[in-house]
Design a protein around this ligand. Sequence first.
Ligand SMILES: CC(C)(COP(=O)(O)OP(=O)(O)OC[C@H]1O[C@@H](n2cnc3c(N)ncnc32)[C@H](O)[C@@H]1OP(=O)(O)O)[C@@H](O)C(=O)NCCC(=O)NCCS
Length: 175
Amino acid sequence: MELRKINLKDAKEQWEYTTALPEDENGLTNPHHGVSFEEYREIVLPQLMSYEHPVDMPEWFVPETYYYLWDGDKLVGEFRIRHYLTETLGNGAGHIGYSVKKDFRGKGYGTAGLKLTVEKAKAIVSENEVYLRVNKDNIASQKVMINNGAYKVGEDEGHYFMRIPIMRKGNNFSL
Ligand SMILES: CC(C)(COP(=O)(O)OP(=O)(O)OC[C@H]1O[C@@H](n2cnc3c(N)ncnc32)[C@H](O)[C@@H]1OP(=O)(O)O)[C@@H](O)C(=O)NCCC(=O)NCCS
């Protein structure tokens, strides 16, 4: 299993994933649901790739890197890392968003993908913890987080706020 950064070569599989992903599922939003392959290749893909090093984006936009989880030749999930927290992200969606293809759910891909994503995040995010938010009724995603060492730091009406400590050499705290 591997996490591969969004790229031009995998355009077809990435498009199949993106166009099929619902517009909003458990708070994970996808404005590109139903996009045609041509529009994906010409407009959406370059835009998503540019989010890692944004150009001409509003002040509030935080760089975001998209990864896809591959099992052999099958793309099974999408994992996105926002590089740092603003006040809005810190009190909201946090660093990482993810989803797994419907027909591959319940097979451990969510758990394995988040593990690999937290590894990537070590080199990307500046904070010592990965911040996550999950809907209270999204048991599967809560399990994915807990399986990766997440603990609850708070809640609002509809969500739990969770964090995963990032273990880097030199971190002066332990679990
Ligand atoms: C959340 C999501 C990524 C989980 O992916 P997944 O590949 O099914 O996750 P896993 O197979 O690693 O399952 C994790 C745990 O959830 C459990 N689970 C899976 N689907 C479940 C369901 N529908 N209801 C309850 N538990 C479920 C699994 O049995 C497993 O339990 P375990 O840790 O006790 O073994 C996937 O359901 C998804 O893409 N959902 C839509 C988008 C979304 O909610 N994203 C997260 C936003 S915070």
